[in-house]
Design a protein around this ligand. Structure first.
Ligand SMILES: Cc1cc2nc3c(=O)[nH]c(=O)nc-3n(C[C@H](O)[C@H](O)[C@H](O)COP(=O)(O)OP(=O)(O)OC[C@H]3O[C@@H](n4cnc5c(N)ncnc54)[C@H](O)[C@@H]3O)c2cc1C
Length: 315
């Protein structure tokens, strides 16, 4: 029997629960035991999915401080000796996972997108060199096996309901670092790019100018979407990402500005009616899928098209 701990990020609970699929693929056995650990998430979504859920509670614990959370997880690992620890590669998970791996003196494979078994050995697959190659990482040593998992890649199908045991854990070591939370702002309401008829989408060629897309989207009565390059840079929310690990969209018109057209992006465009791409490189892969290709700078294109639309509106 192998035991797996999954960190439940309260900002991305579904992505965290989906890591059960990763645990299933790693252990490839029915008698593995999965434990979720939460520092405040509403566990209703996870109940019935895990064998057990540990709810961490301590009045002085700063659950927003990755170092404080790391300290608690170290204590839990000392108590439970999990074989595998999985963390969603969310913004918080990306801060947490390397710190925890360092404290546990184990390796970390970050941003894993697939699991393989070869010759009895476990391989974690992750993109390298900006996604140009996929690297297969082999585990050595005594573990625990630690990975952070790219959100949106694995999906867990709830088959049977489990009788989830819940327990409260009060850590004995609570770290009080220098981090102070001064304010909490509610997330901005966002639209659903899957419902839009016109999408103005920006990619790597729009870094530094991404906000310009909004002007064109408004002029065309559409909405803004993005490639993952933009989302990974923190310039747009993941909720507007198009592609394999984002959303599949079905607008009548998709304007691809400074987007190269990697297979993972194009995966999200299968139901698009018309594509216009604007790119400095007319041989970029997106161009071969486009109804119209504009060879040139995307920001100049926006300026000219918005000016033209405004002029026609005033005539
Ligand atoms: C498992 C996995 C899942 C992934 N999922 C997704 C996903 O869901 N969605 C996604 O988008 N990607 C995804 N990716 C990433 C994908 O492989 C590419 O890295 C990403 O799509 C590249 O984004 P881009 O084309 O915007 O940027 P780049 O690759 O940087 O391309 C920029 C393009 O802009 C052009 N350009 C540059 N400057 C200008 C300018 N001034 N004007 C006009 N054109 C310009 C360039 O010629 C180039 O064609 C995934 C990768 C992996 C490994």
């Amino acid at each position: 029997m192998r035991r797996c701990l999954i960190y439940l990020d309260e900002q991305a609970l579904q992505d965290s629960v989906d890591l059960l699929e990763v645990a299933r693929q790693i252990h490839a056995s029915d008698d593995d035991v999965t434990t979720g650990v939460t520092f405040g998430a509403d566990i209703r979504l996870a109940a019935g999915a895990f064998d057990s859920i540990i709810q961490v509670s301590h009045p002085q614990l700063k659950t927003y401080d990755p170092l404080a959370v790391t300290e608690v997880l170290v204590e839990l690992q000392e108590k439970n000796a999990f074989d595998t620890i999985l963390v969603p590669a969310t913004p918080f998970g990306r801060m947490l996972a390397p710190r925890l791996a360092m404290r546990l003196k184990t390796g970390l494979v970050a941003d894993v997108t697939a699991i393989r078994h070869e010759g009895g050995q476990l391989l974690a697959i992750r993109p390298a060199y900006s996604g140009r190659i996929m690297a297969a990482i082999l585990f050595h040593g005594t573990g625990p096996v630690m990975m952070s998992i790219r959100p949106g890649v694995f999906h867990w199908d709830r088959t049977a309901e489990k009788n989830t045991q819940t327990e409260t854990f009060a850590p004995t070591r609570v770290r009080d670092g220098n981090l102070r939370r001064l304010a909490v702002k509610a997330k901005e309401q966002t639209y659903d790019i899957r419902e839009s008829d016109v999408l103005v989408s920006g990619g790597g060629g729009m870094i530094g100018h991404f906000q310009e897309l909004e002007r064109l989207a408004q002029s065309l009565g559409g909405q803004v979407s993005a490639s993952r390059k933009i989302v990974d840079q923190g310039l747009a929310s993941r909720s507007i990402q198009v592609g394999q690990s984002g959303k599949t969209v079905s607008p009548k018109l998709y304007l691809a500005l400074g987007i190269d057209g990697a297979v993972q992006h194009v995966e999200g465009l299968k139901q698009v009616q018309h594509i216009i791409s604007v790119n400095l490189n007319k041989n970029a892969p997106i161009c071969s899928l486009s109804d119209i290709v504009v060879e040139g700078d995307a920001v100049t294109f926006i300026d000219k098209l918005v000016a033209k639309i405004n002029q026609e509106a005033s005539d």
